[in-house]
Design a protein around this ligand. Structure first.
Ligand code: CAA
Length: 241
């Protein structure tokens, strides 16, 4: 029987590409989303991948959501913690709401989603947790104190959990995408994108969502069984670590 994968934020942007790549690799995929019903329905109609609506920022919703996926499709073998939001503002203009929204989704979301699948992975002695962090968690980014803090936290979470999962057959890895051609990046003011970001990407372009999806498919595969606690950087050379 093919493995089951949940992709959070799996109907749009990088998550859309990840869901499709895992489906092509033979997984039974469940794509979670939080808000955009129209995009989710379109995604489901186009791909045949079932969609499930809940917020990764809400622990109880995650527990219920995972239960539903497991009863519909089967025990979760692969969890891709991809859901993420931005609420960019210079720190002197950053409100507590913007801070909380990003921390709750981009950092606490990893606890909320991983906790409900962890015990099952431990008992079955197999699991793959793949956390989508960011270049801005590695290098920091002005206007993103909230986002950079959360994404750096995702890397710490990855390394700690990798140590706990290793002897139970569970690998836990992070991927740090650079600037990828999605709605999130297109929301950056054009002037900032053209003058402050693109000139500093040595390959000379934004990344494509599929370039991140291929990293996920590799880390989820049996070929990656010896890789855990790692951070895979895919940023066109913008930040080398
Ligand atoms: N890199 C370098 N400089 C930047 C910058 C960036 N990413 N963003 C803004 N600046 C500079 C501006 O050019 C400006 O400089 P000047 O005064 O010399 O012109 C200065 O910072 C202040 O910027 P604004 O005038 O735009 O100030 P604002 O208060 O109106 O807006 C902002 C500030 C919200 C941070 C806005 O500039 C912005 O959205 N910047 C983009 C921030 C960013 O890179 N976000 C990443 C989003 S994509 C993502 O997060 C995905 C991922 O994982 C990579």
């Amino acid at each position: 029987m093919s493995r089951v994968a949940i992709v959070t934020g799996g109907t749009r942007g990088i998550g859309h590409a990840i869901s499709v790549a895992l489906q092509k690799a033979g997984y039974r995929v469940a794509a979670n989303y939080a808000g955009n019903d129209e995009a989710a329905q379109k995604f489901q109609a186009e791909t045949g991948i079932p969609v499930y609506k809940w917020s990764v920022a809400e622990y109880d919703q995650c527990v219920e959501g995972v239960k539903k996926v497991e009863s519909d499709i089967g025990p979760v073998d692969v969890l891709v913690n991809n859901a993420g939001i931005t609420r960019d503002a210079m720190f002197h203009k950053m409100t507590k709401d913007k801070w909380d929204a990003v921390i709750n989704t981009n950092l606490s979301g990893l606890f909320n989603m991983t906790h409900p699948v962890w015990e099952g992975m431990r008992s079955r002695k197999f699991g793959r947790i793949i956390n989508i962090s960011s270049i801005n968690g590695q290098k920091g980014q002005m206007g993103q104190a909230n986002y950079s803090a959360a994404k750096a936290g995702d890397i710490g979470f990855t390394k700690a959990l990798a140590q706990e999962g290793a002897f139970k057959g569970i690998t836990v890895n992070a991927i740090c995408p650079g600037y990828i051609a999605t709605e999130m990046v297109k929301a950056v003011p054009e002037e900032v994108l053209n003058s402050k970001i693109l000139p500093f990407i040595p390959v000379g372009r934004l990344g494509e969502p599929e370039e991140i999806a291929r990293c996920v498919a590799f880390l989820a595969s049996d070929d990656a069984g010896f890789i855990t606690g790692s951070t895979l950087t895919a940023n066109g050379g913008q930040y080398m670590i």
